[in-house]
Write a protein that binds this ligand. Structure first.
Ligand SMILES: Cc1ncc(COP(=O)(O)O)c(C=O)c1O
Length: 400
């Protein structure tokens, strides 16, 4: 704040006054949404205060990368959502996966990933982790013995994902956790699908050490923010991750954090609405003669349905169908192109329903469906309109 002028100190020039203005608005503004605090630089009242400030604690502020009121608030709310104690925010879900890998693994260590994991996380292991001398193995998450067989004395970190990406197999999480625990591995779960609602990873018997969440999906809910979170309960583990987070310079902008904060109050309502529509649409597909299989963990007959039922009652509005093998990729593409409400695009959990066709053969060593897979992310449109859209697009599929 500019000091008032006196005889020795003439009034500052207009440009200085616009920067060092004497007015401070009154404190105590209360409104439904939290304010956006932005800043790389954070001011300290004195050098002593600057020296005394501990960047690791939420007792004060040191630099934008280490937190602002807006990011602290979001961290605390995500920690509550996940049932953890501490949360770190990152610029994407993939960055959150990267942080966990790079903070916890060193040359000579091994990381285990499910065959059906989010593919960029597998690519990270194949490329950057391998370049740093960190080994990886993929296991079949539908077979806990496959995890046991993949573990070696070098295995330090085991990733879990429930359900698997695209093919939606729901693993026996408790069995997998038991195997990992027996071998003293750190257990990290990609909890993006569970979103802290369908799945409470720290409360499962055996528990996880780390829950990673792509806030890009349900917490944002708008299809317009990229963000990731890493949540822990153990303070020492949190600090290991936090030091790496700081040294690697991960941080999120105030406007993005505010956008997620604004969406959080409606998260359970959106999740449940998308779940209802997703199940209705999946049921509809299960009656269609063009479809060989519907991959939705809440549907009996879907892979791992019994493991989903043992831990969850909710499900994300995300599922895949497998077209009968008599339909070619070109025919399925024509169906996808004919959809009017479902837009073709990656990601999920936004208001607009999305669709992506996949050919999985080359990507996975575990068994994959025999037929072209199409994944649907169900948005917030009226489900009868979505069903009608699928029905009209089926005409483009043509005769087998
Ligand atoms: C299961 C899962 N985990 C992680 C991610 C990565 O999130 P982001 O897109 O924010 O990097 C995705 C993105 O699709 C995902 O589906």
């Amino acid at each position: 704040m500019a000091k008032p002028s006196d005889d020795q100190n003439p009034p500052p020039s207009i440009s200085t006054s616009l920067i060092h203005h004497p007015y401070t608005p009154p404190a105590g503004f209360g409104a439904p949404q939290p304010p956006v605090y932005k800043g790389s630089t954070v001011f300290f009242p004195t050098t002593a205060a600057m020296r005394a400030r501990d960047w690791k604690q939420k007792a004060g502020y040191t630099y934008g990368l280490h937190g602002t009121p807006t990011t602290f608030l979001l961290e605390e709310r995500i920690a509550t959502l996940e049932g953890g104690v501490q949360t770190l925010l990152l610029p994407s879900g993939l960055a959150a996966i990267t942080l966990v890998d790079f903070a916890l693994l060193k040359s000579g260590d091994e990381v285990l990933l499910p065959e059906n994991a989010y593919n960029p996380g597998k690519e990270l292991a194949r490329h950057e982790l391998a370049q740093w001398g960190i080994g990886h193995r993929f296991y079949d998450p539908t077979q806990p013995d496959s995890l046991a067989a993949a573990i070696t004395p070098q295995t330090r970190l085991v990733w879990l994902e429930a359900p698997g990406s695209i093919t939606m197999e729901f693993p026996d999480l408790r069995a997998l956790m038991q195997v990992a625990r027996r071998h003293d591995c750190i257990v990290a779960l990609d909890n993006t699908w569970g979103a802290g609602l369908a799945l409470r990873p720290f409360e499962i018997e055996g528990g996880v050490d780390i829950s990673m969440h792509a806030l890009t999906k349900f917490p944002s809910g708008g299809g317009d923010v990229l963000m990731g979170a890493v949540t822990t309960r153990d303070e020492a583990l949190h600090l290991t991750l936090k030091y790496a987070h700081m040294r690697m310079g991960w941080g999120v902008g105030g406007n993005d954090a505010e956008a997620v904060l604004r969406s959080l109050p409606s998260l359970p309502l959106r999740y449940d609405a998308q779940d209802r529509s997703g199940r209705a649409l999946a049921q509809w597909w299960s009656q269609r003669p063009e479809v060989a299989q519907v991959l939705h963990p809440a549907l009996p007959g879907s892979p791992g349905h019994e493991h989903w039922a043992a831990l969850c009652t909710r499900a994300a509005g995300l599922f895949s169908i497998v077209f009968d093998r008599r339909f070619s990729t070109t025919q399925v593409d024509a169906f996808v192109d004919a959809l009017r409400l479902f837009r073709i695009g990656y990601s999920w959990a936004g208001p607009v329903s999305l669709v992506v066709p996949y050919e999985l053969g080359a990507r996975r060593a575990m068994p994959v469906p025999d037929g072209v897979v199409v994944r649907f992310s169900v948005g917030l449109e009226e489900v009868s309109d979505l069903i009608a859209d699928c029905e009209q697009a089926l005409r483009a599929l043509g005769a087998p």
